[in-house]
Each structure stands twice: as C-alpha cells, then as structure tokens.
Design a protein around this ligand. Structure first.
Ligand code: GSH
Length: 230
C-alpha cells in the first residue's frame, strides 16, 4: 500500500496551489490539512521549523518537505505519472531559472507596482511589465503552455500570475498584464485557469476577493517596508 500524502496548506494561497496542482497532475491522492495562519498548529511548527509557513508536504513518516517549488520537484521525482520538469539537463536548468526569476524579481516589481503610488509606482510598473514580457518570451511558439501542450513545472511556478494577480489588480485598481502588451501571456493565463486539473484546486474567485480585499492596508505596508529595504 502506498504511503499517505498530506499537504499542510491554507485557503487562497498561490504557493499552496502549486503543491496541490503538482500532486493532482501526478495523480497522487492527498489529504489537505487547512491551517489557520493566525493560530499555527503544532504540526506546522514541527514540520517547517525554519519558516513556519505553508505549504508543507508530508509523505509517510518522513520529515516535511517545505517551499512550494521544492515540493513540486519532490513530487515529480517521488511519484510516477506524467513528468512535470523536462528531462534534458539544460531544459531543467532553464525552467528552474525562470521559476526563480518569477519568485524573486518578478514578484517584487509586481507587488510594488500594485501597492505603492507616485514615482515608485510608475517605475515599478515599468519594471513589472518588462518582467512579464520576459516571462512571455518563454512560451514556446504554437504551444498552449510553457511546458508544451500540457501543464508543467514552469506553468505551475507562474500560476500566481494567471489567477491571483488578476484579483490583486482588481483590488489595487491597477492593470499590469494587458491584451495589448502581453497577448500570449494573457492567452496562456486563460488556458491555465481553464485547465481541468488546475481549476480543481484554484480557490473560488469571489471568496478570494472577499478574503484579500480587507488586507489592502497590510499589502501597502509591506510594499512600503520593501521600498525602504531597496
Ligand atoms: N517561498 C515560500 C512562501 C511560503 C509562504 O509565504 N506561505 C504563506 C502563505 S501564502 C504563509 O505560510 N504565511 C504565514 C506566515 O508568513 O506566517 C513558498 O514558496 O512555499
């Protein structure tokens, strides 16, 4: 009998979605343990003692696997099913590079463009749009997804842009990804959010909007703190 798989997650998180979609694409049954992040469980604190964040994957009685992209790679290697990463070393290195670009450079510029104002916002908007253009350039011509004709590792890494960014844009009243400037990325975002497996584990949009809208002031404060650090 296969060992049980549990995912410690929470509602509405783009990084938890990454882990869930990877498990679903591989056909791995799992139990989702939903955390209250204001009152973290002993299980979460014990399983991710360094960052105390979700997602954490528990496979049998092994120590927890932490960090969403690390979990996606672990799931790809530990379970049968369609591969999520390409097999060639150079192609693997390339998707890892772009996934890291999304999490480091892209996320910061988008956050600043959404939640600052004035000159800082204008500069970050330029940067965020240029980063989106760079990501768009990774879409293979004539293919539906970054990974080809099926959802793969880079699609999973970029999925926050396909779904969550639209909700943040609505709350902030800012548009970063447009049909005019990023037609292929917009098409990809529609394909991703329409994909049967991805859709199964995307949070309900209205519920997500209702959960995130009251957090606007917090997002603005985080952006201010990021600007000071820059
Ligand atoms: N880089 C991490 C980010 C994890 C993360 O920020 N998780 C959030 C949920 S979206 C969290 O657990 N926040 C709780 C906290 O910061 O205390 C990953 O990709 O897994």
């Amino acid at each position: 009998m296969s060992e049980p798989v549990k995912l410690i997650g929470c509602f509405g998180s783009p990084v938890v979605h990454r882990a869930e979609v990877a498990l679903r694409l591989k056909g791995v049954p799992y139990d989702l343990i939903t955390e209250d992040l204001n009152n973290k469980s002993e299980l979460l604190l014990k399983s991710n003692p360094v960052h105390q964040k979700v997602p954490v994957l528990l496979h049998g009685d092994r120590p927890g696997v932490c960090e969403s992209l690390v979990i996606v790679e672990y799931v790809d290697e530990a379970f049968d099913g369609p591969p999520l990463l390409p097999s060639a070393p150079l192609a693997r290195a390339n998707v890892r590079f772009w996934a890291s670009f999304v999490d480091k450079e892209c996320r910061e510029s988008m956050w600043m463009a959404l939640w600052t104002d004035g000159e800082a916002q204008a500069a970050s908007t330029r940067e965020a749009k240029a980063n989106l253009t760079l990501i768009e350039g990774q879409l293979p011509e004539g293919k539906r997804f970054f990974g080809g004709d099926t959802v793969g590792y880079l699609d999973i890494a970029v999925s926050g842009i396909a779904y969550w960014m639209r909700v943040f844009e609505e709350i902030a009243g800012v548009r970063l990804m447009t049909e005019e400037e990023h037609p292929l990325l917009c098409r990809w975002a529609r394909e991703y959010t329409a994909d049967e497996t991805a859709r199964e584990c995307l949070p309900d949009r209205d519920r997500l909007l209702a959960a995130l809208t009251p957090m606007r002031d917090r997002f603005v404060s985080i952006a201010k703190a990021m600007a000071v650090k820059k």
